[in-house]
Design a protein around this ligand. Structure first.
Ligand code: XMP
Length: 514
């Protein structure tokens, strides 16, 4: 299944996955690599085009993130974005300087419409800027093809060498014609025909999985989340009865979630998954007793999960293949960039395999972004409620209960969260908030109910809007909705006498409280 490829070279900017998403929206497959990638490796991949992303560095700094100058001599079209544009000009003999003020936000853009980058883009439109440094002098052989009031070089090009630089961010929606500019680059300048299509994906994968698996036995850890569900159903479509799915209920799921997952995927559901539910709730509560530090709790939950899974796998006997619902952002975030600090140990990439005897791993979704996985889910006929489910962390409510986890606290947060979700749905806000949930703080405070003094827990409500879950803004939930949720939680959930609404953005906060 050889496809046209565009390589995105990552300089650590916050929108980099978005760049790759936009390229895929042009029906062109692309992959992200760290700027440290070897030039020979890039050559061997034979890409149709290369995009250098933005990043936090200053290209004139000693030891700054850079690339091999020979990259610009390959004859492959290169598009530099923000830092990428500065770097290209810097490496090729132009000059980049620090501006006196950071240019941030929307700017009026004027483009030269005869540039291949701006075909079909009006002369004047709005773009999104975010930079300190600017291109003070373009590299020899280049010409300026766009400007803004504060930015003398908003875009430049050397058509002969197929090199293009854009100082602003075409990948973000605030740049009115950004998608068109990226389309012009990948489809017109790079000449890609657009052979990356989701409808063909299911068919291709089913065929590939059948060939790979033959008559082998396959095991899948199913969590009920979007990724593992789509992976399981895809496998089931390909190999039917050869697949067994194990669902571990760790007692840290949302209210009724275990039963809901079982209803969809169990023997009463529509899929042939050989579904096994393991009710391991008590095992997890026992292991978690006394643990209050977030990373410790994550480790305990992760380890116990593997142990339970291993025991089930042993009952099934040796399997030939293990399925994982790894998706592309997991792969990018778990090391290809290699620069970022571990804030929370989220990812299970490579976590499970050691514990089970098997020959090979199958990761059918490893090339896909989340919304592509969702598209595949719909193609497979998985219910929309599951396909558009908001993300739920692997350690579940374990990281939504600040401090020590107890069965009683799990019940409190489950009840509060169920009320919150119900009211968000009643208000029709489900699709306009990317992630929302109730968490249990470790704070108890004094209240009064009836004529009685209470000394009970505070529940925190969280709701965020985010594109990539790396940054997020608190959502503005209408006051009447918050008031109703608060009053219902206090009235209906025992041992809660206070509800708080968390309006912290990320950064400096994170989405989960732990
Ligand atoms: P944070 O809290 O880091 O969350 O801003 C970003 C996204 O990741 C989810 N998350 C996790 N997912 N295991 C997971 O599988 C974890 O330990 C974990 N912690 C956070 C979180 O729900 C949000 O979508």
């Amino acid at each position: 299944m050889k496809k046209e490829l565009v390589v995105v070279i990552d300089f650590g900017g916050q929108y980099n996955q978005l760049v790759a998403r936009r390229v895929r929206e042009c029906n062109v497959y692309c992959e992200i690599y760290s700027y440290k990638v070897d030039l020979e490796k890039i050559k061997a991949m034979n890409p149709k085009g290369i995009i250098l992303t933005g990043g936090p560095d200053s290209c004139y700094r000693e030891g700054a993130a850079t690339c091999d100058p020979a990259l610009f001599e390959l004859g492959i079209p290169v598009l530099g974005l923000c830092y990428g544009a500065q770097l290209m000009n810097h490496v090729l003999g132009g000059q980049v300087k620090r501006a006196t003020v950071r240019e941030y936000g929307k700017a009026e853009l004027k483009v030269n419409t005869s540039s291949p980058l701006f075909e079909g883009v009006p002369e004047e439109s709005v773009c999104w800027m975010s930079h300190f440094d600017y291109i003070a002098r373009i590299a020899p052989g280049f010409e300026i093809v766009a400007t803004t009031k504060d930015c003398p070089v908003a875009a430049d090009q050397c058509v002969e060498k197929k090199l293009y630089g854009i100082q602003f961010h075409p990948e973000v929606l605030h740049t009115q014609y950004g998608a068109k500019m990226l389309y012009n680059f990948v489809r017109n300048i790079c000449g890609c025909k657009g052979d990356w299509r989701m409808d063909a994906f299911v068919e291709e994968q089913v065929k590939a999985i059948r060939e790979k698996v033959g008559t082998g036995k396959v095991l899948c850890a199913l969590s009920g989340g979007v990724d593992s569900s789509v992976a399981a159903v895809l496998l089931s479509k390909a190999i039917g009865n050869q697949l067994t799915c194990v669902f571990v209920d760790h007692g840290l799921l949302r209210k009724n979630e275990g039963d809901e997952v079982e209803a969809i995927f169990g023997s009463e559901g529509n899929y042939e998954l050989n579904f096994i539910r393991v009710n391991a709730q008590q095992r997890f509560y026992v292991k978690l007793a006394g643990a209050s530090e977030p990373e410790t709790k994550r480790k305990i939950i992760g380890e116990e999960f593997i142990r339970v899974f291993e025991e089930e796998a042993k009952k099934i006997g040796a399997v030939d293949f293990l399925v994982q619902g790894t998706i592309y952002p997991d792969i990018v975030e778990s090391g290809l960039g290699g620069e970022s600090a571990v804030i929370k140990s989220h990812h299970n990439v490579g976590g499970l395999p050691d514990c089970v005897e098997f020959k090979e791993i199958i990761e059918p979704l490893r090339d896909l972004f989340k919304d592509e996985v969702r598209q595949v889910g719909l193609e497979l006929g998985i219910p929309e409620t599951l396909v558009f489910r908001q993300p739920f962390p692997g350690p579940g409510l374990g990281v939504r209960i600040v401090g020590e986890v107890t069965e009683e606290k799990v019940r409190i947060v489950q009840e509060a969260d169920a009320i919150y979700r119900e009211e968000i749905a009643n208000a029709g806000l489900e699709r306009s908030i990317n992630q929302y949930f109730a968490a249990l703080t470790n704070m108890r405070s004094v209240g009064v109910m009836g004529d009685e003094r209470t000394y009970d827990y505070a529940v925190a409500l969280r709701a965020v809007n985010t594109i990539d879950f790396m940054t997020a803004e608190a959502s503005e939930i209408p006051w009447p909705v918050l008031r109703k949720v608060t009053s219902r939680i206090i009235n209906e959930v025992g041992h809660v006498n206070r509800v708080l609404y968390d309006i912290t953005s990320k950064p400096p906060g994170t989405i989960e409280l732990e």
